[in-house]
Ligand binder design. Structure first.
Ligand code: COA
Ligand code: AMP
Length: 636
């Protein structure tokens, strides 16, 4: 890196004044088969292209180059699985070898540059091997979170049209073994796209039945595979597609390019997390989420760090000291998790006393993201661990933090309730409904002026128009984040709420629109609304209200149970949809729009004003009563 700027302000301003130059300088840290000479091509904005004349391979940058540089014996992955009672250390040399052979196996099944591979796996090292093997071939992986049900998997299969699916016989949750293979089989029956090859990792806890001709055991495929070399791809070629919840049941396939991802993620490891090659970095998330893609897999490996892969929970595997045990055992320097994980630990161990049983001296910082971090959680974590606790704000779409306290550049003062300042590369502003900037401290839509920095999404898979209409059409020249908030006079950003139907349940992003689609499809339901209500542990929980069709006289409890089961079956257990009430009417505006904001405020017992546009205010009393009966709006 040749940039001479040292302070946060200098770097932010350099990146804003000449983004192409700023990032081209950072691009020098990567290995390119053809070095880029152009930073960014903005001729088709918002489809901006980073390092358009560059060519590289992401897997080479994450693995081979470190082995070549003498890092082969260093641990790349530390796998720790309290749910299976197993641990495994995988060096850079071993991981490179395993990835190269799995890439060879994929190639033998016809996977070529540009082909898609769906990965539906639990938190096992083979999931990382599969991702990097795709990157090695220039194939595009699409990881689907294991907590999603068959139908969600089918939607993703149909959209991404994979040549191969890689899965496992089961995932292990603390309270049950989740058989993945029947879910995969069901998804492939639901999908219209035909998949010729599935590779299934057989796990000891449960062996899956394999379908002759289509299914192959991971173990047998690997026993005959020969290593495949890294295939150079254009910087702008897709590295992966990751589906995320939007406002409807059709998820959005966020596309990440290769060069932008390699350059930006590697840079964030030093600039934001203050990590150095050789450090142990632990993102306690899941490879099915963006945090897992960026900070379990790509960024730590690109940077030559050791990444912890933890198959367990913050509590219950076996207790609320689990995270502290992992920190001590592997000498973790940087931990990244969601506030909800801290709240789960705090609930079991309010004084944080279990931390005292472990030597946590290796830990230098805790980073939190995924949902708004309440000041209580921030303070508790700081007091328990005695290290800086850094809230940072980002999205699946951006792939790395929009706002943070960039410890590796300069540790700025922490302001509780704020994820701090815009990272270099992001020109963050707050606009009113007319697209005009608001004054400091006033709430509005949080937007980012184009171009977005490298490593952010370059399009939506198969949906260029949706990319533009969903994110770039409301405010000309800006990316609409979907979050509302304000910026104070020191430039600190406060993210307060979503402006759409996305909710955040235990750090997992979910669509209330998708849940409404499931409820509405029940034969007895005439109309429905799902909203996110505040929950002390998970941040938010979905709550449904349904109006039944005229003439339906079945017991409401029976219908309620069916609705809950349907959401679990069609979206997945991760939706945590457990509360639904039958109502006679829903509060609406005179033009027929459901007043979700008012409903949410009532459920959360927050102050609210009677909306001027409400059609019939008396509906609200009735709805309040029903919400109370299911434990919201002040009910027990
Ligand atoms: N495969 C199958 N099922 C899964 C799953 C997976 N990969 N992940 C979660 N589930 C299931 C759980 O078993 C649970 O099922 P249940 O209704 O039968 O109990 C349901 O989905 C909800 O899971 P979860 O949201 O994880 O809640 P939980 O009560 O099991 O645990 C926390 C609560 C706070 C401990 C947990 O959510 C957590 O550790 N969160 C960390 C946040 C995080 O990783 N965020 C990612 C972005 S940084
Ligand atoms: P996801 O795409 O799953 O990463 O979810 C992104 C959304 O989570 C953002 O748009 C925010 O609404 C919310 N979010 C993530 N991190 C934070 C944070 N640090 N503070 C407030 N909200 C956050």
């Amino acid at each position: 890196m040749t940039g001479a700027a040292t302070t946060y302000k200098q770097q932010h301003s350099e990146a804003q004044t000449d983004p192409g130059r700023f990032w081209l300088e950072r691009a020098a840290a990567a290995d390119w088969t053809r070095s880029p000479t152009i930073g960014v091509d903005q001729s088709r904005s918002p489809f901006n292209r980073w390092f358009p004349d560059g060519e590289l391979n992401a897997c080479h940058n994450a693995l081979d180059r470190h082995v070549a540089a003498g890092r082969g014996e260093q641990a790349a992955i530390l796998y720790d699985s309290p749910v299976t009672g197993s641990k495994r250390q995988i060096s850079y040399a071993e991981l490179t070898d395993e990835v190269a052979r799995f890439a060879g196996a994929l190639a033998s099944f016809g996977v070529d540059k540009g082909d898609r591979v769906v990965i539906y796996m639990p938190m096992v090292p083979e999931a990382i091997v599969a991702m990097l093997a795709c990157a090695r071939l220039g194939a595009v992986h699409s990881v689907v979170f294991g907590g999603f049900a068959a139908k969600e998997l089918a939607v993703r299969v149909d959209d991404s049209q994979p040549a191969v699916i890689v899965s496992a016989s089961c995932g292990i949750e603390p309270n049950r073994t989740v058989a993945y293979k029947p879910l995969l089989d069901e998804a492939l029956e639901l999908a219209t796209h035909r998949v010729a090859t599935c590779i299934i990792l057989q796990r000891d806890a449960l062996q899956a039945e394999l379908l002759d001709g289509r299914d192959h055991a991971w173990q047998s495929v690997m026993s005959t595979a020969s290593a495949a070399p890294c295939v150079p791809v254009a910087s702008t070629d897709p590295l992966y597609v990751l589906y995320t919840s939007g406002t409807t049941g059709q998820p959005k396939g966020v596309v990440r390019d290769t060069g932008g991802t390699v350059v930006s993620l590697d840079w964030t490891m030093s600039a934001l997390y203050d990590a150095e090659p050789g450090d142990v970095y632990w993102a306690a998330s899941d490879i099915g989420w963006v945090v897992g893609h960026s900070y379990i897999v790509y960024a730590p490996l690109l940077n030559g760090c050791t990444s912890v892969l933890y198959e367990g929970k913050p509590v219950g595997t076996p207790d609320a000291g689990a995270f502290w045990r992992v920190i001590e055992e592997y000498k973790v320097k940087i931990l990244f998790t969601a506030p909800t994980a801290c709240r789960a630990i705090k609930k079991e161990d309010p004084t944080g006393s279990l931390a005292g049983n472990y030597n946590l001296s290796s830990l230098k910082s805790l980073f939190l993201a995924g949902e708004r971090c309440d000041p209580d959680t921030l303070d508790w974590a700081g007091a328990t661990l005695g290290v800086p606790v850094i809230d940072h704000w980002w999205q699946t779409e951006t792939g790395w933090a929009i706002a943070a306290n960039p410890l590796g550049i300069e540790a700025l003062p922490v302001k509780s309730g704020s994820p701090s300042v815009a990272m270099p590369g992001y020109d963050v502003q707050v606009l009113d409904t007319n697209g005009q900037p608001v004054t400091a401290g006033d709430i509005g839509s949080i937007v980012v002026k184009l171009p977005l920095p490298p490593g952010t999404f370059t399009t939506l898979w198969n949906a260029e128009e949706r990319y533009v209409s969903a994110y770039f059409s409301r405010f000309d020249g800006y990316y609409e984040t979907g979050d509302a908030g304000y910026i104070d006079s020191d430039g600190y950003i406060y993210v307060m709420a979503r402006t759409d139907d996305v909710i955040n349940v235990a750090g997992h992003r979910l669509s209330t629109g998708a849940m409404e689609e499931v409820l509405a499809a029940h034969p007895d339901v005439a109309e429905c609304a799902v909203m996110g209500a505040a929950d002390q542990l998970k941040g938010q929980l979905p709550v449904g209200l349904v109006i039944l069709n005229a003439g339906v006289d079945r017991p409401h409890d029976e219908i309620r149970d069916e609705l809950i089961a349907r959401v679990r079956k069609e979206i997945g257990p991760v939706a945590a949809f457990k509360s639904v009430a039958v109502v006679e009417r829903l509060p609406k505006t005179r033009s027929g729009k459901i007043l979700r904001g008012t409903l949410r405020a009532i459920a959360d017992q927050k102050e609210w004003n009677m909306p001027a546009t409400i059609e019939d205010p008396s509906v609200l009393d009735e709805v309040t009563e029903k919400l109370q009966a299911i434990g919201y709006a002040g009910g027990k």
